[in-house]
Write a protein that binds this ligand. Sequence first.
Ligand SMILES: [Zn+2]
Length: 201
Amino acid sequence: MRRGFKAQAERHAAELRTAANCSDLETIHLPRLAFHLKVGVLAGHRVLGDVQPFLDLHAEQPGAFSGATFHMDDGRIVVIYNPVIYETGDVLTPQRAQTHGRTRSDVAHEFSHLVLGHTLREVKSIAGHPFLSCDPEQEEEANWLAGCLLLPRPLLLKAARDQEADSHLAERTHTTVDMARWRMNATGARMQAARGRGQRA
Ligand SMILES: [Zn+2]
């Protein structure tokens, strides 16, 4: 990753969260961020008109497709996410998608590509439909910024001070346990909180 990118990403995420009317400690409401970014968010089958390609793809290779961003001819930008739940193969309802950790990660990842101005390069075909994907460096950056958006450092530090378990943190903030664990490790929030406790003792 570019030098300084990680610190920049925390700042960038903080600005975006503010723009979405979300405090440092709150669970981010992604539709509000979408509104700020002037981006539409839709389940894949709402765009293709059929859920079957996503079910076929899931049967073939679960998790092969998470999300993609489309730049329409009329200038609109639409992020679509996979409506099929990776773990169960069920189809997400729009309500469930709002609180589904993996979907929120995928959507935040696509937003991150957009705000980072990543150029779309490679065309991949999934179930006969063309999708654009990015290079590995840009993928890494988008993952990092998405993590900062969903679980910013101040939120993690507060959770660490409260000695909140990763699983509880994930449930409360509508993220995955993997994401909660990864962000806790990446920021060193639990270590920082433990040092704070040591100093007060
Ligand atoms: Zn990506």
